[in-house]
Design a binder for this molecule. Sequence first.
Ligand SMILES: Cc1cc2nc3c(=O)[nH]c(=O)nc-3n(C[C@H](O)[C@H](O)[C@H](O)COP(=O)(O)O)c2cc1C
Length: 157
Amino acid sequence: MPNVLVVYYSRSGNTASMAKSIAAAIAEEGLVVECKKVEDADIDELLDVDGLVVGSPTYYGTMAAEIKKFLDDSVRHHGKLDGKAGAAFASAAVTGQETTVISILEALLIHGMIVQGDPRGHHYGVTSLGKPGEQDLERCKRFGKRFAELVKRIAGE
Ligand SMILES: Cc1cc2nc3c(=O)[nH]c(=O)nc-3n(C[C@H](O)[C@H](O)[C@H](O)COP(=O)(O)O)c2cc1C
C-alpha cells in the first residue's frame, strides 16, 4: 500500500486544519497517511514515503522558516526522492499564498519529485485565506484525492 507524509507548520491552526482535511482525503482513497507537524517529523522519513505533501502559512510571501529548514535539511537525501510524488499547500491572511506554494514546489522539483497541477481547482496547490471554511476544506479534499490518485498511478496501483 503506497504511503504519504503530510508535513506542515502552523502557528494559529489554519494550515493545520487544511493538513488534516488533506490527510483524511488521502486516507479515504485507501493510502497509508501520516499527518505531522514539521517539529515532529524526521527527515529520514522521506526515504520511506511514496508521496510528500508540504504545507505552510504564508510569511512575507513565502514559506515559514520552519518549513524552509525542513527542506534544507532534506539535502541529506538529495537524489533519493527522485520520482516520488510531491505537492504543496498554503494558508495566508490576504495574499501571497500562491508564491508560498511555488516556493515549496521549487524545492520538491529540485528533488526530482513529480508534481501535478490542477486545471480546474487551485492550479498550483490548494490555498486558503484565514480560518478555512467549508468551501476551503472541500478544496483540500479535492486536492488530497487527486494527490492520492497520482501516488497510486506512480506506484502502478
Ligand atoms: C511573520 C508573519 C508573516 C506573515 N506574512 C503574510 C503575508 O505575507 N501575506 C499574508 O496574507 N499573510 C501573512 N501572514 C499571515 C499568515 O499567513 C496567516 O495568518 C496564516 O493563515 C497563518 O497560518 P497558521 O494559522 O497555520 O499559522 C503572516 C503572518 C506572520 C506571523
